[in-house]
Design a protein around this ligand. Structure first.
Ligand code: 2HG
Ligand code: ZN
Length: 494
C-alpha cells in the first residue's frame, strides 16, 4: 500500500497549472467551473454534515470526456470525486474537508440512450435523474421499479454506485438486481463496457457487480443497462394503524399469503416520524383519525388485471377482525395514494428540519427486526436520556433507519452535539446491531460518515478483501478517496 500513501501526500499539493489548462481545453467553458460561488452548493452534502474542498468542478458531457479526464488526473496524481444529484446520506459524493480534489459532476451525461420494449431494458447515462427515467419508461408502457424520496434529484450513476434500495425492494430488489450491466471509466482511464447485458456470461469475476455499490472508489460509472417491468395496470395503497412492530411483520406475511408478489411496498412508520412530517412538510395531513404508535404503508400492484384493491381490502378487513390491525384506510384515488407516499417519502426531510440526529441505516434478518425495534429503543432511551428514537423504513427488507434525534438541549449548539454526543450513540446502536449479526449500512453505503464504524466493526477478512480490491484497481487512490475503504495504515479495528 506504499503507493497509496505516497500519492495521498502529493494530492494535497496545489493543482498543477498544466493540468488545469488541459482540462479547460478538453471541456470548454460549459464543462469547467472554478468560481467558488458556483461550486459551493455541490461541496456540502445533503444532510449538511460535511463541507469539502475542490479546486474545480468538471462537467463532461460524454463518456469519452470522462475517460480523458481520468487519464489526465491519473498522470498528475490528482483525485476525482464523482457526483450525481448529491443526495448521499453518508457524504459519499462530496470531497473531504482536507481534500484538494476535483469534483466530477456527471449531471450533463443525461441521455436515455435506448429503451428496448422487446427485451424490457433501458440504456441510460449516469446523469439521468431517476424521475426522468420513470417518465421515459412510462411513455413506452414500461416501468423502472425502483423509487425513493430523492427521485427528483438522485441520478442513475449514484443509484448504481451506492446499490440504492428504496421502497420497492421487497419485490424488485436493489440496484444489484435491476442493473444488467454498466459502462465505466476505470482508474487508469480504460473504458469498461458491459452494456450488452448478456443473460449468460461467465468470463470470470462479475465486474459490473463489483462496480455496483463501489461508491465511485473503483471507477466512474458513465452508463448502465437497467431492467424494466411492465407498466402498472392498477395499484392499491393503504395506510394502516398498528400497535406494535411485531404486528406489522405478521400483517406483511398475511398480505403476502393473500396477494402473493403483488405486495411490493411495505413501509413501517412510527408515530414520531409521522409527527415530524406533519409539523415540517407543508400540505400534509394524517390519513387516520386515531393515534397509533406504529403505521404501515402498503402498496399492492397488478401489472394487468385484476385490480388488487379488492383483495387488499378483504385481507385488511380480516386482519382488523383478528385484532392484528388497529385501523386502516385504502387510498380512494391516485391523489390519495400520492399523498400517503408523500408522507413516507418526506420523513428524512422532516427529521432534517427538526434538528440534528444520529442516523443509522441498519439491517437484520427480517424476523429479528420487530424485537430489535422494541429492545433497541429501550436500550437507547436508558443510555441516552431525552433522545428520541425515530425508527422507520423498509421492514420487509429487514432494513430500518434507526435514527436518534438529539435532545432539545442540543439545539443551542447542534455542531457540538453532532461532534461529541452523536458518535457515542452511533457506537452504541451499531454494537447492538453487530451483536445480532446485522449490518451497519443496509442501503446508504459507507461514504465518509461510516468509515470509522466500518473499520471498528468489520471482521479482518472483509476489510482485507475491500482493501485488496481497492489497491488493485485504484493503486494511486484517485477514485473518490476517503470514501468506503479504510486504508491499511488505519489499522484493522480489532
Ligand atoms: C428513506 O428510506 C431514506 O427515507 C432516508 O433511505 C432514511 O433519513 C433516513 O435515515
Ligand atoms: Zn431508506
Amino acid at each position: 500500500m506504499n503507493s497509496v500513501r505516497t500519492v495521498l501526500k502529493s494530492a494535497a499539493m496545489p493543482m498543477l497549472p498544466a493540468l488545469v489548462a488541459a482540462l479547460r481545453d478538453l471541456l470548454g467553458p460549459k464543462g469547467y467551473a472554478d468560481d467558488p460561488a458556483e461550486l459551493a452548493p455541490w461541496l456540502t452534502d445533503w444532510r449538511g454534515r460535511v463541507t469539502g474542498r475542490a479546486a474545480a468542478m468538471l462537467r463532461p458531457d460524454t463518456a469519452e470526456q470522462v475517460a480523458a479526464i481520468v487519464r489526465l488526473c491519473a498522470a498528475a496524481g490528482v483525485p476525482l470525486v464523482p457526483q450525481g444529484g448529491n443526495t448521499s446520506m453518508v457524504a459519499g459524493a462530496v470531497p473531504g474537508e482536507a481534500d484538494d480534489a476535483l469534483l466530477l459532476s456527471l449531471r450533463r451525461l443525461n441521455r436515455v440512450r435506448r429503451i428496448d420494449t422487446e427485451e424490457n431494458l433501458a440504456v441510460v447515462e449516469a446523469g439521468v435523474v431517476l424521475a426522468d427515467l420513470h417518465d421515459a419508461a412510462a411513455a413506452v408502457g414500461r416501468r423502472f421499479p425502483l423509487s425513493l424520496g430523492a427521485k427528483g434529484s438522485a441520478t442513475i450513476g449514484g443509484l448504481v454506485s451506492t446499490n440504492a434500495g428504496g421502497t420497492q425492494v421487497l419485490r424488485h430488489g436493489t440496484m444489484r438486481a435491476l442493473t444488467l450491466g454498466v459502462e465505466a471509466v476505470l482508474a487508469d482511464g480504460a473504458r469498461f463496457d458491459d452494456l450488452a447485458a448478456l443473460p449468460k456470461d461467465n468470463r470470470g469475476y462479475n465486474v459490473t457487480q463489483l462496480l455496483i455499490g463501489a461508491e465511485g472508489t473503483l471507477g466512474v460509472v458513465t452508463a448502465a443497462t437497467l431492467r424494466l417491468s411492465p407498466a402498472v395496470g392498477a395499484r392499491a395503497v393503504a395506510w394502516v394503524g398498528l400497535r406494535a412492530p411485531a404486528d406489522a411483520l405478521r400483517l406483511l406475511r398475511r398480505l403476502e399469503r393473500a396477494l402473493g408478489d403483488a405486495v411490493e411496498g411495505f413501509e413501517l412508520i412510527p408515530a414520531i416520524a409521522l409527527e415530524l412530517v406533519l409539523r415540517h412538510v407543508p400540505g400534509t395531513r394524517a390519513p387516520l383519525g386515531g393515534a397509533w404508535p406504529w403505521h404501515a404503508l402498503v402498496e399492492a400492484v397488478a401489472e394487468g388485471a385484476p385490480d388488487p384493491g379488492e383483495a387488499l381490502a378483504t385481507a385488511l378487513g380480516e386482519a382488523l377482525a383478528a385484532g392484528l390491525v388497529g385501523d386502516a384506510v385504502l387510498a380512494a384515488s391516485e391523489r390519495d395514494a400520492g399523498e400517503f407516499w408523500r408522507l413516507r417519502e418526506s420523513i428524512a426531510e422532516g427529521e432534517r428540519a427538526e434538528g440534528p440526529g444520529a442516523k443509522h441505516d441498519v439491517s437484520l434478518p427480517v424476523a429479528a427486526m420487530p424485537a430489535f425495534l422494541e429492545e433497541g429503543a429501550a436500550a437507547v432511551g436508558g443510555a441516552f436520556p431525552d433522545t428520541r428514537v425515530i425508527a422507520f423504513g423498509h421492514l420487509g427488507d429487514g432494513n430500518i433507519h434507526f435514527n436518534v434525534g438529539a435532545p432539545s438541549t442540543a439545539g443551542a449548539d447542534p455542531a457540538r452535539w453532532l461532534a461529541e454526543d452523536a458518535p457515542a450513540i452511533t457506537r452504541f446502536v451499531n454494537d447492538l446491531v453487530a451483536a445480532r449479526g446485522g449490518s451497519i449500512s443496509a442501503e446508504h453505503g459507507i461514504g465518509q460518515l461510516k468509515r470509522d464504524e466500518l473499520l471498528r466493526l468489520s471482521d479482518p477478512a472483509r476489510l482485507g478483501v475491500l482493501r485488496a480490491i481497492k489497491g488493485a484497481l485504484d493503486p494511486l487512490n484517485i477514485m473518490n478517496p476517503g470514501k468506503l475503504v479504510p486504508l491499511a495504515e488505519e489499522g484493522t479495528g480489532q
